[in-house]
Design a protein around this ligand. Structure first.
Ligand SMILES: [Zn+2]
Length: 412
């Protein structure tokens, strides 16, 4: 039961500003592939065909979607207009900082990422110089594009506080804890030349990469259609997690929720960077798999890629089972607390799932209070470059909220 339903409550009346309030929800439906035709949009918005027609025409006039009214191959019945993201529409710059480099790409609506550019980290990784390199790489892509650029967002491998946007425990780059990363990035984005077609002023945002990957999977990948999506991932080192509830990231009171890496899964286990033993972080990441297999990774090659190879190696199955059992214990603890309706695994955890899907599912089910009667689907992540796609979601957020703000005057 909703607490209050104001004048904007669902109904078939056309209020004066009803069209404008529907623009954001309508664009979000096309953006996430949930409204491929105008008749689907009409039903999803619970409005008349005339209202849905006016809303889609307005989104088309804003240059965000295309409305194709040609009959779809001579089928029977009344053809519905097809709605698509305008391929020549505006873009945002999406960037991701990794421990060993920078990735940047332009992204349109609809989760459409242009091929990313990967750059090495600059020699100096102090916050200002590193964020300047990120902003300038994004601006160079924007200048080279014929599409308007409307915003910029950055995925970071460390926790980011909300709402002030400071970076905590940015150990990869030895940044001081509390570095005002959102402000510094905004300053560098403002100074960078995004070309004559860019919107001015130019919004920017930063967030944690696991959170953004979860958002990407929920909107465009393995989490589509689920209400409560838990994402757990292991990159080169450590383990991250994120939760999307009813389409929104659950980030806690200060942006720091879902720090799942420090759940204890083996009190006698490996030492973790947090000082404890046997955290999910130190028991289920690439190094843990190598340790369980009694092997040493090649220091010259990316650790995650080597660990993925090891997870698929039949001769390492005992080590895979050792790590899968601990991953299952951690997931079970999370399921008992969060009760998700889907778990999406990415990074090395995706490969562990592929190597031992039944074993992982049964460890989780055995340890879940309700797991024996209803298993939570555990599925592999689907989105390529999920951190970048998620960063694009962050950059698009103001426009999904108010599509008319794509206009240079801010919607007048
Ligand atoms: Zn720990």
């Amino acid at each position: 039961m909703t607490a209050a339903e104001g004048p904007g409550a669902p109904g078939r009346r056309a209020a004066p500003d009803r069209g404008r309030t529907l623009l954001g929800p309508a664009l979000a439906l096309v953006h996430t592939g949930q409204a491929p035709t105008r008749s689907v949009l009409t039903g999803a918005l619970e409005v008349t065909r005339a209202t849905a027609g006016a809303v889609s025409a307005e989104l088309e006039a804003l240059g965000l979607i295309t409305v194709d009214s040609s009959p779809a191959g001579g089928g029977r019945g009344r053809p519905s207009h097809r709605l698509s993201i305008d391929p020549a529409g505006p873009v945002v710059t999406a960037a991701q900082l990794h421990a060993d480099g920078i990735s940047v790409a332009l992204a349109g609506l609809g989760g459409q990422l242009e091929p990313p550019v990967h750059l090495p980290l600059p020699a100096a990784t102090d916050p200002v110089r590193l964020l300047r390199a990120v902003a300038e790489a994004g601006a160079a892509l924007a200048r080279a594009s014929s599409r308007r650029c409307l915003g910029a967002a950055l995925a970071l491998p460390n926790p980011v506080t909300e709402p002030d946007g400071t970076a905590l425990a940015a150990l990869q780059f030895a940044w001081p804890s509390g570095t005002p990363v959102a402000d510094l990035y905004a300053e560098e984005v403002r100074k960078a030349d995004h070309g004559p077609r860019a919107l001015d002023p130019f919004p920017s945002a930063v967030a944690n990469d696991a959170n953004l990957a979860a958002l990407a999977e929920h909107r465009h990948g393995a989490g589509r259609g689920a209400r409560h999506v838990l994402l757990v991932t292991s990159g080169h080192r450590g383990v991250g997690g994120a939760l999307v509830i009813d389409g929104r990231l659950h980030t806690g009171s200060a942006g720091l929720a879902l720090e799942v890496g420090h759940l204890t899964v083996d009190p006698q286990g490996r030492r973790c960077i947090c000082g404890n033993r046997g955290c999910l972080n130190s028991e289920t990441d690439p190094e843990a798999l190598f340790a369980a297999a009694g092997r040493t990774p090649d220091p010259e090659r990316p650790l995650l890629a080597q660990a993925r190879g090891l997870a698929a190696d039949p001769s390492a199955l005992d080590a895979v089972h050792h790590v899968v059992d601990r991953l299952g214990q951690g997931l079970a603890g999370l399921v008992n607390i969060l009760n998700p309706d889907r778990i999406v695994l990415s990074g090395l955890h995706l490969d562990l799932l592929a190597a031992a899907p039944e074993r992982l599912a049964s460890v989780v089910a055995e340890r879940c209070l309700w797991g024996r009667s209803g298993r939570v689907p555990i599925v592999p992540a689907e989105v390529t470059h999920a951190g970048l796609v998620g960063a694009a979601e962050l950059a698009w957020a103001p426009y999904l909220q108010d599509p008319q703000s794509v206009l240079p005057t801010g919607g007048a």
